[in-house]
Design a protein. Structure first.
Length: 141
């Protein structure tokens, strides 16, 4: 009896291991068949000229000759809008309230130069940012 157990144990272990591999491969095949089916449907969609035209209009904002395109701008930001966390520095509200447009623009340059992660320093907030001095190249001054 012990002899039979010694002979059958490795064979049984190999059989169980191979059944586990077969099960995993069957799952992988089912997943790949699903992917192939999805990609085949997508390929079939791209064969349709109306689908291609729809995608060009939606994704690339293309219009047919003679058509007019209108873009609606609302006060709501879309979900994919950039935010300060994504690397773009914003101009503080107190600066925006007391400056002309070119002052806001220059302040945004100063903030952008200081880096998106660092907040605007107190030396630039509330003070006028002076543009760099312009040098006269003809007279050498």
């Amino acid at each position: 009896m012990t002899f039979l157990a010694v002979i059958l144990a490795p064979t049984l272990r190999a059989y169980i291991h191979q059944r586990g591999e077969i099960s995993a491969l069957e799952q992988q095949i089912a997943q790949q068949k699903s992917t192939v089916k999805t990609l085949s449907q997508e390929k079939q969609d791209w064969q349709d000229p109306h689908y291609v035209e729809q995608q060009a209009r939606e994704r690339l904002k293309f219009v047919m000759p003679g058509d007019k395109q209108y873009t609606t701008i609302t006060g709501d930001k879309p979900a994919d809008a950039t935010s300060p966390e994504s690397g773009i520095a914003s101009v503080p509200d107190d600066v925006r309230a007391h400056r002309p447009w070119y002052g806001e623009m220059w302040e945004s340059v100063v903030i952008a130069d200081s880096g998106a992660k660092a907040p605007a320093s107190e030396s630039t907030v509330g003070k006028k940012a002076e543009p760099p001095a312009v040098r006269d190249t003809k007279s050498g001054k």
